[in-house]
Design a protein around this ligand. Structure first.
Ligand SMILES: *Cc1c(COP(=O)(O)O)cnc(C)c1O
Length: 348
């Protein structure tokens, strides 16, 4: 079956439901209270569109944002966001000068980063990160006291302001979480003993924010749940009262015999690995997936050309279902939808 040239790819659309996003953020805000909520909008808001969603997050009650790096934080500032923007992934050439000028809250994972922030003009807003077991970044337990002493010294000298102490809780099961929390508390105590008095502490991402009240502290940094996707294995987004924000849709471009071509392939964000039983919704009805090619997908059934196909979300399977079929997590399904796929912002 020849696939039609011309329509391929262009008909793939990521519909982003702003009402669903606001519903999710508001629900997380109410669950997490009195802790504040920063929405994690790294990776272009997990593929949804960072700048488009930022205002809606604030409208729904979030008080800040967590992005990966300084360039993303500065894009939010240029967009007019004046609330807290927290960035924690820095390299040797990170632009701390701009970050301090634009009052970006900076995660600090080493003495080198602390010194680099202190050395630029202005008072850097720092959040000292203790490694509580993930070993991704963060100050090790053995270096912690030394870094805290230096931070207190730099604060007294007016070079930095110690805004927070933080860490990242892995979704590694209750024992690991309990262990991480007690390491966190010990680190906070060590810091206070050497004169560090942070305004806030934070450690929870979505899973801990929703399932571990003791982890909420002053702020929770919530990503995936805000997009309506469950961070927990045993319950999906709907089960948590959340609504999926993204629907990836395509169009039937050809049909012959007992199968049809959908003009969207893995290059357009259709999950690549398919398992027995994976399906999409054509005009609302399930159609089994036979092949996912780079530019198109073959599904069972002779469907009318032009039929709407919900690939992820909408009438189709959830991101969690695709994640189970593909051996990954829901975050991956939405985040890897490429930027050439048009985002259309709707309110359902
Ligand atoms: C990604 C990330 C978050 C949000 O994680 P979710 O599980 O998506 O809620 C929070 N904090 C840090 C440091 C992160 O990297």
């Amino acid at each position: 079956m020849a696939r039609r040239q011309g329509v391929v790819g262009l008909t793939t659309i990521a519909h982003i439901d702003l009402a669903a996003f606001e519903h999710n953020v508001a629900s997380i805000v109410s669950t997490s209270a009195p802790a504040s909520v920063w929405v994690a909008i790294k990776s272009n808001a997990y593929g949804h569109g960072m700048l488009e969603l930022a205002d809606n997050a604030l409208k729904a009650g979030a008080t800040g944002f967590a992005v990966l790096d300084i360039p993303a934080a500065l894009r939010l500032r240029s967009h007019g966001i004046t609330s807290t923007v927290f960035a924690w992934l820095h390299g040797v050439d990170s632009d701390f000068e701009s970050a301090v000028v634009h009052e970006i809250d900076l995660g600090v994972s080493s003495l080198e980063q602390l010194e680099a922030i202190a050395s630029v003009r202005g008072v850097g807003r720092v959040h000292l990160k203790i490694d509580t077991g993930l070993h991704r970044n963060g100050v090790s337990e053995s270096d912690w006291e030394r870094v805290c002493r230096r931070a207190a010294e730099l604060e007294s000298a007016g070079e930095v302001s110690i805004v927070g102490i933080w860490s990242h809780l892995a979704d590694a099961g209750t024992d690991a979480d309990t262990d991480a929390l007690s390491k966190f508390d010990a680190a906070i105590e060590t810091a206070r003993n050497v004169g560090v008095n942070p305004l806030m502490t934070h450690i929870a991402a979505s899973s801990a924010a929703l399932s571990t009240p003791n982890a909420r502290r002053d702020v929770v940094r919530v990503g995936i749940a805000a997009y309506g996707i469950s961070p927990l294995d045993d319950v999906d987004g709907r089960g948590l009262g959340l609504r999926p924000v993204l629907t990836l849709s395509g169009t039937v471009s050809d049909s012959s015999g007992d199968e049809s071509i959908v003009a969207s392939g893995w290059n357009d964000g259709v999950p690549l690995v398919i398992r027995e039983g994976s399906w999409v919704a054509v005009n609302g009805a399930p159609a089994r997936v036979r092949v996912v090619a780079p530019q198109f997908t073959v599904v069972e059934g002779a469907w009318a050309i032009g039929s709407r196909v919900d690939i992820v979300g909408g009438d189709g399977p959830t991101a969690e279902q695709w994640a189970a079929w593909s051996g990954t997590i829901g975050d991956e399904i939405v985040t890897r939808i490429p930027t050439h796929v048009r985002r259309v912002f709707v309110r359902n």
